[in-house]
Design a protein around this ligand. Structure first.
Ligand code: ITT
Length: 196
């Protein structure tokens, strides 16, 4: 099975390689290796719409294969669930992960927000080789840490403490994230659907 993943995010891609490893005869390709593919503008107003935009854009270039779009983000309760679908560009277009994290910590500090509860959300849209659309979602609850900690993972991992844990995702072993994360849960549903 050839699966093309519409992402320029190496962190996501590396996670999918581990999460989808149980699929037999799976070959994973990334849109970032395709010179003919340019990432479509994420004009949707929901994770689902944006994940669909990514999956469809890649399917147009590789119609015979399976394609997958992932849209994800971090919602912070005390910030009215921001940055949410704007997580990648919270500190501005083309912002680095470190800039997004710094802005988030700063916003909580300057607004004196004590409710740091937060959740990661992930929506996957899979377009099968037969042209069907499959949708999978996952959520991981937790809270925003007071400061950055840890070197593993990517994005907001170093400021997110999963519920029931005392360390950030970037301090915990990757095996924890690959079992419990928003993306892991969505990927597990995808694996289940494949074996139905
Ligand atoms: P693609 O659209 O190319 O897949 P992206 O990084 O722009 O890559 P999104 O539009 O889905 O992806 O934005 C997701 C944002 O949320 C981005 O800033 C990520 O770093 C962050 N994010 C998503 N999943 C995450 C995770 O598992 N751990 C930490 N941060 C995550």
């Amino acid at each position: 099975m050839d699966l093309w993943i519409a992402t320029n995010n190496k962190g996501k891609l590396n996670e999918f390689k581990v999460l989808l490893n149980p699929i037999s005869n799976l070959k994973i390709f990334s849109s970032s290796d395709l010179s003919v593919f340019s990432a479509p503008p994420e004009t949707g107003t929901t994770y689902l719409e944006n994940a669909r935009i990514k999956a469809k854009a890649l399917k147009a270039v590789r119609p015979e294969a399976w394609s997958l779009g992932d849209d994800s983000g971090l919602e912070v309760t005390g910030l009215g669930n921001l940055p949410g679908i704007h997580s990648a560009r919270y500190a501005g277009t083309n912002a680095r992960d470190s800039e997004n994290r710094a802005k988030l910590l700063k916003m909580l500090q300057i607004r004196n927000i004590t409710d740091r509860s937060a959740r990661f959300r992930c929506c996957l849209v899979v377009l099968t080789d037969q042209g069907e659309e499959w949708i999978f979602e996952g959520v991981m609850e937790g809270q925003v840490a007071l400061k950055e900690s840890g070197l593993m993972g990517f994005g907001y991992d170093s400021i997110f403490i999963p519920k029931g844990e005392s360390k950030t995702l970037a301090d915990l072993e990757p095996s924890f994230k690959n079992k419990h994360s928003h993306r892991a849960l969505a990927a597990q549903s995808f694996l289940q659907k494949l074996t139905q």
